[in-house]
Ligand binder design. Sequence first.
Ligand code: SAH
Length: 374
Amino acid sequence: MTQTNLIGLEADALKSALLQAGVGPKAVSMRAQQLWNWLYVRGVSDFAAMTNLAKDFRAQMSEAFCAARPEIVTEQISTDGTRKWLLRGGPGVEFETVFIPEPGRGTLCVSSQVGCTLNCRFCHTGTQKLVRNLTPAEIVGQLLVARDALGDWPSTKENRRITNVVMMGMGEPLYNFDNVKSALHIISRDDGLALSKRRITLSTAGVVPMIKRAGEEIGSALAISLHAVRDEIRDVIVPLNKKYKIAELLDACRNYPGVSNARRITFEYVMLKGVNDSLADARELVRAIRGIPAKINLIPFNPWPGAPYECSDWEQIEKFAEIVNRAGYASPVRTPRGRDIMAACGQLKSESVKLRAKERLADMRSQELARMPS
Ligand code: SAH
């Protein structure tokens, strides 16, 4: 019998799973709370180690359930301390997670899909077709794997290494809305993994119809991959712009639930030499976002093999930043991290390809055969 993975179940679903496994209705809330604490405050996945639970209950749990993380395929560590894990959610389903340590904080960059449908011209992930959406278990699992590797348990400890989560890995989170929403609900609960919504940033290339829902139903901080302020340019570098124009996107930002000076929207702007980096563009940028509480992250373009663009000259980036800055917006230039291990923004990509149904079936069969005793 295969065990049900408890990771990725929101609190109510966890209770239902326990009821189904025969836990009595009177005990279920308390049991669920105890398990939640072991799974997400202490990071324990072995039921036998959950010592405040009765022995026979532990045995019952390990028969019905598991607390499985995605399998680690490789771990790479950059000279600057950035770490990247290649994880595996199943045959042909590989995705990356990146930990970026900084003084006083640590950010985990989490993937939402294997591959991507958006094909942004400057993004390496965009050259990988969508394989599939990640499940809540696989999204939450990225944080669990990273905390395991960094020895970052319990989640309540002082000076924990992972203090922030950004949904800026592979994929478009708003095209996997339900799973991302569940995962972020789990991650943000303060009786568990305890990364509050203020410490979680969801980044989108601009799926306009989902932005309001994201604010209402997830409530994390919002980042927009803007990258251009003229539709003719954005249509080319972020093809999603052909569907949702800049003006509509910025309107959705103006109306983002909860946006205020204390909760600004981040605009990401990748600096592409000769494409979007003119000083006229900088002036148009500050004009276009007027009235939106915002900060602007200028991202030096990170190269990848075969990329059709170059990074703007440093001088140009500085001049661009100055115009944005003088208009009253914070405009930090994002230091590229982990470039040596292809872990920087837009460099993530796995070898996974979408298998045709027939191939997937054959693949599953061969896995089964491999498991059969000879
Ligand atoms: N699909 C979502 C989540 C991915 S976030 C989104 O687009 O927001 C990844 C960020 O890295 C995005 O802002 C993306 O535009 C940026 N990026 C992609 N390729 C890059 C590259 N080669 N150099 C620098 N930034 C890049």
